[in-house]
Each structure stands twice: as C-alpha cells, then as structure tokens.
Design a binder for this molecule. Structure first.
Ligand code: MG
Length: 413
C-alpha cells in the first residue's frame, strides 16, 4: 500500500458554552484540522490535529513530497523522515507527525481487518473510564451554561454525574484566585461522597501557592493535583511538602523530560497525550517506561473530536498501568464529524471502538458543514479571554478574573 494524497480540512465545531482556562478561553467552539491520507488501494486513513487554517493546511500540503509513494506501515521511518529529533529543532512537526501516525494506523487496521488496539498489542479492557472535566464557563449566546459560582460548580458536577455516570471529577482552575477555587473544589468534593477528584490550574501558581492549596485538600479523595506550578523544580519542591500524587501534562511531554523525571522525580503521574507525544505509539512507549519505574499514567485531553478520541480509546485500551480515569473535553461538544454523531458515555466510560483501524468514519456532510463554519467564523485567540481584551496572564499569575463579574461575552456563532 502506498500513500497517494494527503488532505487537511479545518473544521469549527460548537461547544455547549465557552470554557475558561488559565490562559484564556475556548470561545464556544473547537477549531480542529481533519487529516485524510489516501492510498493506491482506495483506503483513506483519518487523523486529527488541534487548530486550523491556512497554516495547518499548508503544513500538510508541504509534506506531500516527503510522503507520497511511501508505505503507511513504515511508521518509524516516517518519524525520522519528518520529525527527526534534531532536525525538529527547526521545524517542530511533532503534532503533525501525530495526526499522520493516527491516519497511517487507521490505514493499516483497515488493510489488515483489525482495530488499532490489536496492532498495539491487544486490548486489556473493552471500555475506558473518563473523568467529568469541569470548567468554569461563560454562558452561551442564549444565557445558558454558565459555571462561575461555587453553587454552579456543584450543580454542574452533579448534572454531569447524573447524565454520564462519572465517578471521577476534574476541575480546571487557574481562572480565579486560589482561595476561591479552593472553595469550589472542596464544595464539589463534599457534594459527591465516594467519588475521586483532581484539580488542574495549568501551572499558574507559585510554588508556595501550590503547597498552600495542596495542604488544604489533603483530606479529600484526590486522584492527584495536576500541574499546580510550572517547572520540574517547582513541582519537586511542592511534592516534598504534599501528601498526594502530582501529575503533569506540561513539564513531562517528551522522552528527555521523562528521563529527567525518572532520575530525579518531580511528578508521580504522567498524562499521556497522543498529540503532544507525536502519536499513539510514543505514548505506549512512554507508558512502558512509566511502568518500569512505577510512575502512574493517565490519558490527557488537548481537546478532541471523535477521531482523536478514538486514538485516546485505543491507547487507554492497551495500557496495563492505566489506573486513573482519562480526561476528555468531549462531553462539552455539541456535535462531532464522525458517522453516528457523538460517542456515548455509559457509567462514565466510553466503549473502545472495535471496527477496523481507528473504528470511526467521517460523516461527509458534517465535515462540509463544519468546514463552512470554520470559513465563516475563522480562528480565535485561544490564549485570550473574550471578556478581558489585552489581558496578559503571568506565570505565576496574579491577574485573576473576578468571580463576581457575571457579564457574558458576545461571540459570533
Ligand atoms: Mg492539565
């Protein structure tokens, strides 16, 4: 089988409401790029990458001279061809490589008539558990969906549990001052006895704030405290003072950092992201290293539609040491581009796809509809807050949002 064409299509898919985070917001929609790798046998493999627009489309177009005529099964060859680690100092193609790896694994699975998890060693579980992943949210254009007050956080956690069956709950913080977010996190935990919890302020606290917050949640049933401070040394200093695991998706996102963390441990749980690490296979490799050195692993979400979610499910299916629920933004989406619409949660879990390849197919009408949406709306600055134009978030941050500010942004839809 040989690669004959590569297509990249930016899409904009609506979220239920704008999601607030430490560096800005998802402005009520996800912009993603759907990648299709065509072959001489008529099979098409699917990939997905965050962001979109002319730059993303041009980046994939520019790789055609490298990849056309190549065998999609030669994945290690492809890694060195387009993302050689020293050449990548100049071109930073890791996320592009990831999208292409997804598509090539999808092609191999289709060709061989097996799901991707069989190529990766076989599934150990039929479904992957997920955490509820709560965000502070602005209201949508109709005034619905706001999560700002402590009561709204609790109500949202209870509603998500009732709807999807989650038993682990993640609150994304770093938006308001730590004392306010502590109140929200504790209230959520107290409203859901027996469940487990994790908090992630995206590394915007000082080491001292991280230690202060951590010491005030030690009595709760925490899965872990995620990236309370940015940097390995800050994490190491916080870890010395806290009686709970620390997790990261920011300071260990590659093998060099993983080696450093093994030699001088700063983080207990590595959140593996199929995009950040350059594909599903590098995540499996990293999980093996974590297993050897008895570090924990979980599955990170960088915002996904169904294709990337499928990569997370196949990854989650094959990892023996996946002892935590995975993260996904997925339940915030209003729709998807895959056939059949949004995948369903049952008892907080999503079934691992069993069809050939990634086990998902494109709904061409939806792809066209959401590509039109992208052309109409364009991109948006993910690292800006629509209600605070010109705001610059610091690390450590001190420029918090005001929890009493109930205004709602007007964002084109
Ligand atoms: Mg995180």
């Amino acid at each position: 089988m040989k690669i004959t064409d590569i297509r990249a299509t930016p899409v904009t898919v609506p979220l239920q409401a704008p999601l607030r985070h430490a560096n800005g917001a998802h402005w009520g929609r996800f912009v993603r790029t759907i990648v299709e790798v065509e072959t001489d046998e008529g099979l098409i493999g699917l990939g997905e990458m965050g962001g979109g627009g002319e730059a993303a489309t041009a980046a994939f177009e520019g790789l055609k001279p490298y990849l056309l005529g190549r065998d999609p099964a030669q994945l290690e060859e492809m890694r060195f061809l387009i993302a050689n680690p020293t050449a990548s100092l100049y071109n930073n193609r890791t996320q592009i490589l990831a999208a292409l790896e997804f598509a090539c694994l999808d092609l191999m699975g289709q060709k061989w008539g097996v799901p991707v998890h069989d190529i990766l060693g076989g599934k150990l579980r039929d479904k992957v558990p997920f955490a509820s992943y709560l965000f502070f949210r602005y209201a949508d254009g109709d005034g619905r969906g706001e999560v700002r007050t402590v009561d709204q956080v609790v109500a949202e956690a209870l509603a998500l549990k009732a709807q999807h069956g989650f038993t682990s709950h993640k609150l994304k913080g770093g938006v308001f001052a730590p004392r306010y977010e502590l109140e929200a996190y504790r209230a959520m935990a107290e409203a859901l006895p027996g469940d487990s919890f994790r908090f992630d302020p995206n590394g915007v606290w000082s080491t001292e704030q991280a230690i202060w917050f951590g010491q005030h949640i030690e009595d709760l049933n925490n899965d872990y405290l995620e990236d309370p401070v940015y940097g390995m040394h800050g994490m190491r200093r916080a870890r010395e003072k806290l009686r709970m695991p620390l997790a990261t998706n920011t300071v260990v996102v590659g093998f060099e950092q993983l080696a450093a963390n093994v030699l001088q441990t700063a983080v207990d749980v590595i959140l593996l992201d199929t995009t950040f690490w350059g594909g599903i296979r590098p995540c499996v490799k990293a999980a093996c290293i974590c297993d050897t050195f008895q570090l924990g692993v979980a599955v990170h979400s960088s915002g996904e539609l169904g294709i990337q979610l499928a990569t997370m499910l196949h990854l989650g299916a094959v990892l023996p040491n996946l002892t935590f629920a995975a993260d996904a933004h997925y339940h915030h989406l209003a729709d998807d581009v895959i056939t059949g619409g949004l995948m369903k949660y049952r008892d907080g879990c999503i079934d691992v796809p069993t069809g050939p390849g990634l086990g998902v197919t494109l709904d061409r009408d939806k792809l066209a509809q959401y590509h039109e949406n992208f052309l109409r709306l364009g991109g948006y600055p993910y690292d800006q807050d629509p209600m605070r134009p010109g705001w610059t978030p610091l690390i450590p941050n001190s420029r918090w949002a005001d929890p009493l500010d109930a205004r709602t942004p007007v964002i084109p839809r």
